[in-house]
Design a protein around this ligand. Structure first.
Ligand SMILES: [Zn+2]
Length: 295
């Protein structure tokens, strides 16, 4: 049987071969076939949608803005929104890839009981996933830091367009948080909250900021009920994701990790597949019979 999956067989030197180790793929199929799978996804899942992984190979050298930097003053907020303004137009054209679609299919088949994503791009929802927790929020949502009003990013983008005509024509290298490289932001005009005039922030969890407790609790409950935890496209660098792997291991729940390159959870994994998410999940979903729905 031929399986067309690319596998990275080395952490530091990427050597791509034409077949995923069939024994590992079989083990993955058997685990998922048993249902009760909860998936935890990261930036590596969205790279095939054209959204770069800033922790993966070839990532931009710049690090994301921290919460502390963002709230440090108007200059930092101007720099953030000037870049995000450009990044949004790129994010808007991103489409779910085979990895997103495969996970949505597993949910429809009754095999996937929950999906936790560290990504803020909203592509899981667009692919059709419903039992979804956006652990770090979505760039589609905006919150006022001063009055708490929640608003829609699409509407804000129109306001930013009016305040900064022609701004999105800047060439930008887009990053997973919707940020983009823009050199001179000194002339950029930031939009403020229409209700109180306060500071607007994308309703995503920045570095240096905690995930809301109720959201963590929803994820903890999902993982507690899981039969299998499937990690896809996350290096598990941040504790907000790694904590769920540790929770699963502590409960004796098998953990499968599909990712190119090393992850912080490798030592904890029951099954480790060094491969791209799109091809692995596509192959997995294709191997699982539709009849599972009626059983
Ligand atoms: Zn406000």
């Amino acid at each position: 049987m031929s399986v067309t999956v690319s596998v990275t067989v080395s952490v530091t030197v990427s050597v791509t071969v034409t077949q995923v180790r069939s024994d590992r793929l079989e083990a993955l199929v058997e685990l998922v076939r048993g249902a009760g799978v909860v998936a935890l996804t990261g930036a590596g899942l969205s790279t095939d949608s054209g959204i770069p992984d800033y922790r993966g190979p070839g990532a931009p050298a710049r690090r994301p803005i921290t919460y502390q930097e963002f709230v440090s003053g108007a200059q930092a907020q101007r720099r953030y929104w000037a870049r995000a303004h450009v990044g949004w137009s790129h994010l808007g054209s991103a489409r779910p890839n085979d990895g997103h679609l495969a996970l949505a299919r597993l949910e429809r088949l009754g095999l996937l009981s929950g999906l936790i994503t560290q990504n803020v791009d909203g592509l899981h929802a667009r692919a059709g996933s419903r039992r979804l927790v956006d652990l770090h929020g979505r760039v589609h949502d905006v919150v006022c830091l001063d009055c708490g009003e929640a608003t829609c990013r699409g509407a804000l983008q129109l306001r930013l367009d009016r305040l900064n005509p022609g701004w999105t024509q800047h060439a930008g290298v887009v990053r997973p948080d919707g940020d983009a490289e823009v050199d001179d932001t000194s002339a950029y005009v930031v939009a403020s909250c229409e209700r109180c005039g306060g500071r607007l922030k994308p309703d995503v969890v920045f570095f240096g900021e905690n995930v809301p407790q109720d959201r963590v609790a929803r994820c903890t409950a999902m993982v507690a009920a899981a039969e299998v935890l499937l990690v896809a496209g996350s290096s598990l660098t941040v504790m907000s994701g790694l904590r769920f792997v540790r929770q699963a291991v502590k409960a004796g729940t098998p953990v499968v990790i599909v990712n190119r390159g090393a992850t912080r959870g490798d030592d904890l994994a029951t099954l480790r597949i060094h491969a791209g998410c799109s091809e692995t999940l596509r192959t997995l979903a294709a191997r699982l019979p539709a009849r599972v729905v009626s059983t």
